[in-house]
Design a protein around this ligand. Structure first.
Ligand code: ATP
Ligand code: MG
Length: 560
């Protein structure tokens, strides 16, 4: 496991006996959406450190906002963390479990003269807050007596006041250069039902107050979060110091950004709600459930997270890095098969009608232990339309009139005639002859060689199936870069999903089970869709192309 600055801190803490040498982290998602690949990075860091230091990592739902949270999200988060390969044992916690303790701590701060009830409206509060260059102004209620504060806070809790009329604030410093320290709100009135505590509360604690105390209650040692919380750390420390309770160390790292990708739950939710995608697990979504359905594996995502490392400055990782991690894995593990997505019929005119030969095809040249299978060869075949050109450009080594090509595991064939639709001029069929001395696609005894090898399927035996070609959801490398007056959805890729309703696949794929991976030779890695595949009738999602085609497009500006 490569080291990084967080692991260096943990090493030092262990060396000097801090926390008695214990390592205890947590992953604290807010259940207001599905987890995405950025969360995978955070999960791999916090759970990974716990694993490697024989420590513990808690799963804690940060459910302080009663309005946006749903049980569906809680369930999906649990499933996704498990799927990634991590386990939190019996330590599944909810910030809402601590509402009573948080309330008690708030009262303690009031009693210490460190918190007060403020009657300013949200608008007035904003105006009092000041700016980065100007100090804020004290609230007129800042010097209320402890008794009055206790009374008002008690009545807030009893539901006596309307939403927005009062808040409980920490009494810190309205002139602090750090705006987070200018008497931040600790509690607000919200007359909303909570998914776990029901109608017990009508005041809810704010994130900054809740998070540090939750960490403290759970005995967390290292509270690892993203860089945007750096300016909240003084507040995290302040609450714990004032209360004098166990004090974890907050450590921030740079969040993950990926090209062609949006990792904002707000935008992801809109993609779902506006039905731009089929759901949170649409294979184009950067969610963990989307990647799972697309055919990514937990190990490929973990190895991606290891590869990108952990840093203290923000950067954007190229999507190719993620794609390469699944390519590397599937290249080793996925059996290869032949499939034709855009078919052109080939008739081998000198091959007997009705004859079927069983050709042996290697399942994975990278892994001989995967053995071989039988592929039927017959007089009528399909090849990829793109593998034939009537007037081939220079260096086109595939099929063309008068040219010879190797059919992988089949024969050498030579194009003798092109048949066209008399009306449209479209090529409907290619007539070829074959060389019986090249059975299995082997070179003939005369030493003749061909430069091109193409894939094919037998027309009569082929399995017809739906194949979905997925591509980046956003065409723009940086989707958040859009002209004024437009929005991020202008940057969607109109070709992010191309559905081929009738692809021709080699017949062995009849036995493909939902959730199995294959390499369709020369086309990419494909995954039998776990939702729509049926026994004997799989549906395939393209996980990733064989090579990075976008890099080429971005360099040349051409799409083929
Ligand atoms: P929001 O708070 O706007 O709902 P969020 O993405 O911060 O969105 P959380 O559920 O609060 O969602 O995130 C849980 C944890 O995952 C946090 O510790 C957060 O720092 C981390 N996290 C979120 N997005 C990323 C990212 N892109 N890269 C790395 N870690 C992330
Ligand atoms: Mg958050």
């Amino acid at each position: 496991m490569p080291s990084n600055f967080i692991r260096d801190i943990v090493d030092q803490d262990i060396a000097c006996g801090k926390n008695g040498g214990r390592v205890h982290t947590r992953f604290p998602p807010e259940p207001n959406g599905y987890l995405h690949i950025g969360h995978a990075k955070a999960i791999c860091i916090s759970f990974g450190i716990a694993r490697d230091y024989q420590g513990l990592c808690n799963l804690r739902f940060d459910d302080t906002n009663p309005e946006k949270e749903e049980v569906e999200y809680v369930d999906s988060i649990r499933e996704d963390v498990h799927w990634l390969g991590f386990d939190w044992g019996d330590r599944e916690y909810y910030a809402s479990d601590y509402f009573d303790q948080l309330h008690q701590h708030a009262i303690t701060l009031i009693q210490k003269g460190k918190a007060y009830v403020c009657d300013l409206s949200p608008d007035e509060q904003r105006r009092h807050r000041g700016t980065l260059t100007e100090p804020g102004k004290n609230s007129p209620n800042r010097d209320r007596s402890v008794e009055e504060n206790l009374d008002l806070f008690g009545r807030m809790r009893q539901g006596e006041f309307e939403e927005g009329t009062r808040v409980l604030r920490a009494k810190i410093d309205m002139a602090s250069p750090n705006i987070n320290m200018r008497d931040p709100t600790m509690y607000r009135i919200k007359k909303a039902s909570h998914h776990r505590t029901g109608d017990k509360w009508c005041i809810y604690p704010m994130y900054d107050f809740t998070h540090c105390i939750s960490d403290s209650i759970e005995g967390i040692t290292h509270s690892i979060c993203t860089l945007e919380f750096e300016n909240n750390r003084p507040l995290y420390d302040w609450f714990l110091d004032q209360l004098g309770i166990h004090h974890p160390q907050q450590i921030e790292f740079a969040r993950l950004n990926l090209t062609h990708t949006v990792l904002s739950k707000r935008i992801l939710l809109q993609l779902v709600q506006r039905k731009i995608v089929s759901g949170w697990n649409d294979p184009r979504m950067p969610t963990i459930s989307g990647f799972r359905r697309r055919g990514y594996t937990p190990s490929s995502i973990r190895s991606f997270c290891d590869k990108i490392g952990v840093a203290k400055f923000n950067s954007t990782i190229d999507m190719v890095v993620l794609e390469n991690s699944i390519r590397e894995e599937l290249n080793r593990t996925a059996p290869r098969v032949m499939a034709v997505l855009d078919p052109l019929k080939v008739v081998i005119t000198d091959y007997p009608e009705g004859k079927i030969e069983e050709m042996e095809a290697v399942n994975n040249p990278e892994d001989p232990s995967q053995g071989s299978r039988i592929v039927p060869f017959s007089r009528e075949l399909y090849i990829e339309r793109d593998d034939f050109r009537e007037t081939p450009p220079p260096k086109f080594f595939r099929l063309a009139p008068g040219k010879e090509v190797r059919l992988r595991y089949g024969y050498f064939i030579k194009c003798e005639k092109v048949i066209k639709d008399p009306k449209t001029g479209e090529i409907t069929e290619i007539h070829c002859t074959h060389d019986p001395a090249t059975r299995g696609g082997n070179n003939p005894p005369d030493g003749r060689k061909v430069k091109g090898t193409i894939h094919w399927v037998s027309a009569t035996q082929a399995l017809q199936a739906e194949v979905r070609l997925y591509d980046h959801l956003f065409a723009a490398k940086d989707p958040s870069d859009f002209p004024e007056g437009k929005d991020i959805f202008e940057n969607l890729n109109p070709k992010s999903l191309v559905t081929i309703s009738q692809a021709f696949l080699e017949p062995s794929l009849k036995n493909a089970k939902a959730g199995e991976h294959f390499q369709f030779e020369r086309l990419g890695y494909f995954f039998a869709d776990p939702v729509d595949s049926k026994l004997g009738q799989p549906v395939f999602n393209r996980t990733v192309t064989l090579r990075d085609t976008w890099e080429k497009i971005e360099k040349t500006g051409k799409t083929s």
